[in-house]
Design a protein around this ligand. Structure first.
Ligand code: 4NP
Length: 156
């Protein structure tokens, strides 16, 4: 599986999602390719936000080597699934789609754990460290579900 996580800046939510899912895939012996990107270009080349790095490190995952990049239309060709964090990311990604097949790859990540509710992973950038802890909890739960569904199907 090739999975792309997308948020606005690619320095908070999507690199956290990338790190969490990468670790879970590795621990389950799955050789998946997981990456992340931002719809905006302001932080291209930067490491994740220090608060995101800190909360991830407290959970045993090092995302400090990651570098932000911007989402491009060619990503539709490289990935099987594109998970976005909120509805604004969704619209920005869909705007770059070229065909129905591209659009079908895109979904709000929390629709996995909260089907059809179109819930957002809240943007923690203007928040405090506890907002990053909350984002970690949401993403950890949904990434575990991605792994469990792959391994066991939708049985539970
Ligand atoms: P992210 O958070 O989308 O989770 O990476 C943000 C990071 C930077 C900005 C907005 C959101 N920004 O406006 O610079």
């Amino acid at each position: 599986m090739n999975i792309l996580m997308v948020c606005l800046g690619n320095i908070c939510r999507s690199p956290m999602a990338e790190g969490i899912l990468s670790q879970k895939a590795r621990l389950n012996g799955l050789s998946w390719h997981i990456d992340s990107a931002g719809t905006g270009g302001w932080h291209v080349g930067e490491a994740p936000d220090e608060r995101a790095i800190k909360v991830m490190k407290q959970n045993g995952i090092d995302i400090s080597p990651l570098k932000a990049r911007q989402f491009v239309a060619a990503d539709f060709d490289k990935f099987d699934k594109i998970y976005v964090m909120d509805s604004s990311n969704y619209l920005d990604v869909i705007r770059l789609s070229r065909q129905a097949e591209d659009k079908e790859k895109v979904d709000l990540i929390l629709n996995i754990t909260y089907p059809g509710m179109n819930k957002a992973v809240p943007d923690p950038y203007y928040g405090v460290i506890n907002d990053y802890v909350q984002v970690f909890g949401l993403l950890n739960e949904v990434c575990q579900r991605i792994i469990d569904t792959h391994i066991h199907g939708n049985k539970r």
